[in-house]
Design a protein around this ligand. Structure first.
Ligand code: URA
Length: 217
């Protein structure tokens, strides 16, 4: 049912206790849905990735259920369609961790690995979980281009990549040159809400991956 991490040494334990509010929420959802993943959602993708997509956190009925980032979430179809269009995903996305979809050159990480109540992690939870994001970025030696989906991912990514937040302001398609020649591109989050309100269109999202490919050269 779930997808093993390609970088297992960087993952927290299933019962990670570091954020008491998130651990309590996980226990409550586990009791309600014992057959769901209900644990920190591991990284997923290509360990040789040149591109890293940083999301926010698993959704209750999506990644928290299936154990694979964005899988079963309202944001998944747009993300995986965009990756496939740009040759970065192969196979059919069917909203299941065992659908056979493969990522090529891309790794997907989340700023927060556990399901937050109301999809809103607290600042302290984002800070605590950043240690895992840091370790995961270090474990990806070929990662040069980063795409941050939304403000929370942007802030965590800037900090992990050694950038300075006052200089790196979030805006859709903004590019930030961070130390070691790495580049962060911002995107509005591909949430169902942003799609439904027209804040993020398919074309706007495609432009992010087109730019990533251009920067890769
Ligand atoms: N699912 C994830 O894994 N991350 C997000 O940011 C949203 C949905």
């Amino acid at each position: 049912m779930f997808c093993p991490s390609p970088i297992p040494e960087t993952e927290p334990p299933r019962d990670c206790p570091l954020c008491p509010r998130l651990a309590a929420h996980r226990d409550a959802v586990r009791a309600e849905h014992p057959d769901w993943w209900n644990a920190p959602v591991p990284a997923w993708g290509d360990p040789a990735a040149w591109l890293v997509v940083v999301g926010l956190a698993p959704g209750k009925h999506g990644a928290n259920r299936t154990g694979r980032p964005f899988t079963g979430d309202g944001a998944g179809p747009l993300l995986f369609r965009a990756l496939a269009t740009h040759g970065l995903a192969h196979g059919d996305y069917e909203g299941r961790a065992d659908d056979g979809l493969r990522l090529d050159g891309v790794m997907i990480l989340n700023a927060v690995k556990c399901l937050p109540p109301q999809n809103k992690p607290l600042p302290e939870e984002i800070r605590t979980c950043r240690t895992f994001l840091e370790d995961q970025v270090v474990a990806l030696p070929n990662a040069r281009i980063f795409v941050a989906l939304g403000q929370v991912a942007h802030q965590s990514a800037v900090k992990v990549l050694g950038g300075r937040l006052p200089k790196c302001r979030f805006a859709h398609l903004a590019e930030h040159r961070v130390p070691d020649g790495r580049i962060l591109i911002d995107s509005y989050h591909c949430s169902r809400y942003n799609q439904n309100t027209g804040r993020l269109t398919d074309d706007m999202f495609d432009a992010v991956f087109e730019r990533a490919l251009e920067l890769r050269g």
